[in-house]
Ligand binder design. Structure first.
Ligand SMILES: Cc1cc2nc3c(=O)[nH]c(=O)nc-3n(C[C@H](O)[C@H](O)[C@H](O)COP(=O)(O)OP(=O)(O)OC[C@H]3O[C@@H](n4cnc5c(N)ncnc54)[C@H](O)[C@@H]3O)c2cc1C
Ligand code: FES
Ligand code: FES
Length: 488
């Protein structure tokens, strides 16, 4: 693999980031979570030699705020999909955005991928765009030249093209909440339940007076160059009752707003049909009040529930280069690395730390074999730049057992025959460890979510689920026994 970048900066403040963007505007790439851009940097040779501005250390961009006076929610550029999924404010006041974030990729992708990064990647299939388009979100761009607020309907300039200029970054996305008793929903159809790009996705906001629709917003993704409003269906609904016969009629108005393409995932005509059934389901769920049924009451995020130890802040605007040292803690041991600033974390772990238990599978965030825990979150190390290891705490599969004993999870995998070739196993164990750091009594559904970002090509999932369930029960029993003996 060619070197991924020529310079790598990790500014700590917005002003330093803007300064770097101005100075390097002809050759610069922003990284937030890296879930999209690291693959692009790997696969597109025209990106070689870029200067990276990694904004993930700018704590001022890490917020979800509510302004009561303006009834506005603002989401900072570092808020991840999993942080939205855990936000009661967003679940209670703009549910369709939480549901959209829940549908993105897998827990590992949701732990790193940001809502703002999703907006800027600008694929018409991206899941957070339909709910943010439906609510007329405002995207705030900042540069050393100043600040500008761009309404989302002006933000997209065509297929994967946005308003953002090379010296600008998006600092936040904000929106005025719909009236309290409005109904909102999101729906996505992919080829499988997780790690699936939307064949069609859609969002709706319905405002009612009694049962009469006084405002309707319906947006579709993956059916045109950009996310679009189904304007004729929106107009048709105004003044009608929200009942199933109205919805059946509204579906007939979808076609004129969309021009779906055919691609490897589905034909244009299939997508057209899907768009109609999506609208039917989207609105019928609102009528039945079942839109929250598929959204868990305590969503599993593979993030440690107790507070992380205080991490030392890195130097103001660390410049990672050939001569700089990446200092990190892996499996409770301190490491210093030089000459690996232009690699992925997976390469650093395997090639420089010599910890080859973390496996390289797809190398593009699909299979989960490279899963490690960084600062309490399960992530795909193949999508993380090596400089993110600086001042971080990492756990790999080598840190799971003690010198003399396997971890209960490992023993359960052996006892339940949850291992065949074993290539995927370290990734599954790491996801399970993160699950147990989050909850001590996972349900079977929790377990399924926890491993939804890990693929196994030979064992099959039943024995893996059984092993994780057995390990959870064994560990809970041990906890109960030790509590019991303390009491005695
Ligand atoms: C395996 C896999 C599965 C996925 N599944 C889904 C899915 O189901 N649904 C879905 O919608 N997406 C999916 N994605 C896409 C991805 O996870 C999201 O688009 C993610 O939200 C991007 O956020 P990020 O922080 O990782 O962005 P990055 O990868 O860091 O950046 C993405 C782009 O935005 C730019 N950027 C980031 N932040 C800013 C900023 N503040 N200002 C200006 N530019 C910025 C970067 O330069 C880059 O061009 C998937 C990706 C992978 C690899
Ligand atoms: S997800 Fe990283 S190697 Fe497959
Ligand atoms: S055990 Fe072989 S890929 Fe899972």
């Amino acid at each position: 693999m060619a070197n991924l970048w020529s310079d790598y900066y990790s500014p700590q403040s917005l002003s330093s980031a803007l300064d770097l963007l101005t100075k390097n505007r002809d050759n610069v790439v922003i990284i937030a979570g890296g879930t999209d851009i690291v693959n692009e940097l790997k696969n597109n040779p025209s990106h070689n030699g870029k200067t990276i501005v990694d904004i993930s250390e700018i704590s001022d961009l890490n917020y979800i705020k509510f302004n009561e006076d303006t009834n506005q929610i603002s989401i900072g550029a570092l808020i991840t999909h999993n942080e939205v999924v855990k936000s009661n404010l967003i679940i209670n006041r703009y549910f369709s955005l939480a549901k959209a974030c829940w549908s993105v990729g897998s827990p590992q992708i949701r732990n790193r991928g940001t809502v703002v990064g999703n907006l800027q990647t600008a694929s018409p299939a991206n899941d957070t765009i339909p709910p943010l388009m439906a609510i007329d979100a405002i995207i705030t761009l900042q540069s050393e030249r100043g600040k500008r607020d761009v309404p989302i309907y002006q933000f997209y300039k065509g297929y994967r093209k946005t308003e953002v200029l090379p010296d600008e970054l998006i600092s936040e996305v904000s929106f005025i909440l719909p009236k309290k008793d409005s109904k909102t929903n999101f729906i996505k159809v992919g080829l499988r339940n997780s790690q699936a790009i939307s064949l069609v996705n859609a969002a709706a906001i319905i405002e009612l007076e009694g049962n009469i629709i006084i405002k309707s917003k319906i947006t579709f993704g993956s059916v045109a160059e950009t996310v679009v409003h189904a304007t004729e269906a929106e107009d048709f609904l105004i003044g009608k009752s929200l009942i199933k016969s109205t919805v059946r009629e509204a579906v007939e108005f979808v076609g004129s707003s969309i021009q779906p393409i055919s691609d490897i995932r589905g034909s244009g005509s299939y997508r057209s049909e899907l768009a109609r059934s999506c609208l039917l389901k989207l609105l019928n769920e609102l009528i039945d009040g079942s839109e929250k049924k598929s959204f868990p009451s305590n969503p599993i995020t593979l993030t440690r529930s107790r507070k992380s130890k205080n991490r030392k802040p890195i130097d103001e605007t660390a410049n990672h280069s050939k001569n700089s040292v990446i200092k990190t803690i892996i499996n409770n041991q301190e490491f210093s690395f030089s000459n690996c600033f232009d690699k992925t974390l997976l390469q650093l772990i395997r090639e420089d730390a010599g910890l080859t238990g973390t496996k390289i599978g797809c190398d593009e965030g699909e299979c989960g074999s490279c899963t490690v825990i960084i600062n309490g979150k399960a992530v795909y190390s193949c999508l993380i730049p090596a400089p993110c290891a600086h001042n971080s705490e990492i756990i790999t599969i080598e840190g799971v057992s003690t010198k003399d004993n396997l971890h209960d999870i490992q023993t359960a995998f052996i006892e339940e025959s949850a291992v065949q070739c074993g290539y995927c196993t370290p990734g599954f164990i790491m996801s399970t460890l993160a699950l147990f750091e989050e909850t001590t009594e996972p349900s079977i559904d929790d377990i399924k979510i926890a491993i939804s970002g890990n693929l196994c090509r030979c064992t099959g999932y039943y024995s893996i689920i059984k092993a994780i369930d057995a390990a959870a029960k064994k560990m809970a029993n041990k906890d109960n026994e030790s509590v019991g003996s303390t009491n005695v």
